[in-house]
Design a protein around this ligand. Structure first.
Ligand code: H79
Length: 436
């Protein structure tokens, strides 16, 4: 049942296997939250607003006409899409997912459906996404887009009875109009940027239903059959845990844990954990709570060891720059990936659990490799782990190519290690194994 769920509703699993192949191999992508909210950067009327930066319209309860004035100031002259794509590429990321429209309804792409877009409403006056889609393709990265169903700006939507934008309501008799609006925008986006993934969000208002999600899913796959669409297109996700509920067939190809990593692997289920580098998605000038490179690399490894993807966020400024603290961490992750990338890309969930780190697996017929990610280097120079029915042959440290002594019994193997961990973040040992 989980395998069917992961394959998207009413679709044969082999179709999904082909369509999802690049995504399953990729393991690591860049999330980009960029929009008008980067200008207030967490502050409104001289006062700091709590919470995530891109929610400021809701948090500070800003009326639509006041929020609209942000557009007249938005002029990201330092925007360099080629540099962004390079930063993702050199970090070892394989795809980029950028906000085409967040909850504030503002479109970063050219659309005829509204003036509430970068082309019509800002002094910058040009599409922001198409150049990034081209820059990503030039780097061999898959270009993908985020799109919010909830829209605090569209006239068909509005605040709830209790005065909150979240969850927004839809006005009597105007739902069909709004769905048409979304369909037109998404068709324009597919036409101009040709994204490989559509990453929906803001699906939780009650007026949006699972049948609406299934219809939107089918409409989009009809326009572009190879599209991959997340489970927030409909009502299938379980809260911030993000995985698809198991009680029926929900629309969507993969689960979306947000700011968390599942406790265990989930056989047959495709999922991607999206996480921030600090405590906000959209840029906040005052948020310096950066996670260490060690934490970010170990998150990637933890996720890969459980068969998931890691979508790591950056929040560029209103001028168009990715914060230096983010670039620094991306560069450091890249250094680790250049040495150890083969233990991440194209790997699947670990068949064994190890107390001193994580394990990823690459199969090759009757043989394969267990990649042992050593977080806690043993003081006595010996590592022992269960073999899970496999036969261990040779072991090599990816950091320097040195061979390690392997002593294997029927059920476990022991490795003899050098005194010092070659990489304090995560030293990877490639253990070649056979099933025979
Ligand atoms: O775009 C970023 C955020 O702005 C957006 N998603 C990421 C990727 C987001 N983060 N947090 N939230 C939205 C808060 C939403 C929380 C809730 Fe719910 C909505 C709580 C109740 C409704 C969805 C449904 C999550 C839990 C239940």
């Amino acid at each position: 049942e989980p395998a069917e769920q992961a394959a998207g509703h009413a679709l044969p699993a082999d179709e999904a296997d082909t369509r999802m192949a690049w995504w399953r191999d990729a393991r690591f992508g860049m999330f980009i939250h960029w929009g008008l909210y980067a200008a207030p950067a967490g502050e409104w009327n001289g006062e700091k607003q709590a919470g995530i930066g891109e929610w400021i319209m809701n948090t500070a309860d800003i009326p639509v006409d006041e929020y609209e004035q942000l557009a007249a100031q938005f002029n990201p002259t330092k925007y360099d899409p080629a540099a962004w794509a390079k930063a993702a590429k050199q970090a070892g990321m394989k795809y980029v997912v950028i906000t085409s429209k967040h909850h504030d309804g503002f479109c970063l792409f050219d659309t005829k459906t509204t003036e509430w877009d970068v082309v019509d409403a800002t002094p910058y006056g040009r599409d922001l996404l198409r150049p990034l889609s081209e820059a990503c393709r030039a780097e061999g990265l898959k270009f993908c887009t985020y799109y919010s169903i909830m829209d605090w700006h569209h006239p068909a939507q509005g605040k709830s009875a209790d005065g909150r934008y979240n969850p927004s309501t839809i006005k009597e008799g105007r739902k069909a109009e709004y769905i048409k609006y979304m369909e037109q925008q998404l068709a324009e986006l597919l036409e101009s940027c040709d994204p490989e993934v559509l990453w929906f969000d803001g699906e939780w208002p009650d007026w949006w239903t699972e049948p609406d999600g299934k219809r939107l899913y089918s409409y989009l796959r009809g326009l572009k059959p190879s599209l991959i669409i997340n489970n927030r297109v409909g009502k299938g996700r379980k809260g911030m845990e993000g995985l698809s509920k198991g009680d029926q067939q929900y629309a969507g190809d993969f689960g979306t844990p947000e700011q968390q990593i599942p406790a265990t692997g989930l056989p047959g289920v495709d999922w991607e954990s999206c996480m921030t580098m600090n405590d906000t998605w959209g840029f906040r000038a005052d948020d310096h709570k950066w996670k260490s490179t060690e934490t970010l690399v170990r998150n990637l490894v933890d996720i890969a060891s459980k068969g998931g993807n890691y979508l790591l966020n950056v929040g560029p400024t209103a001028e168009g720059e990715i914060p230096a603290a983010s670039l620094e961490r991306l560069a450091q992750i890249g250094e680790w990936m250049r040495v150890n990338g083969e233990s991440i890309y194209g790997t699947s969930a670990s068949p064994i659990e190890i107390p001193w780190g994580r394990c990823t697996v690459k199969r090759d017929g009757d043989a394969g490799s267990l990649y042992l990610h050593v977080f806690d280097w043993p003081e006595d120079g010996r590592l022992t782990a269960p073999l899970g029915g496999l036969k261990a042959a040779t072991a090599e440290l990816l950091a320097n190519g040195s061979e390690l002594q392997v002593d294997a019994t029927e059920t476990q193997f022991t490795l003899t290690l050098p005194e010092q961990a070659p990489d304090p973040i995560d030293s990877v040992i490639k253990l070649k194994v056979t099933t025979e």
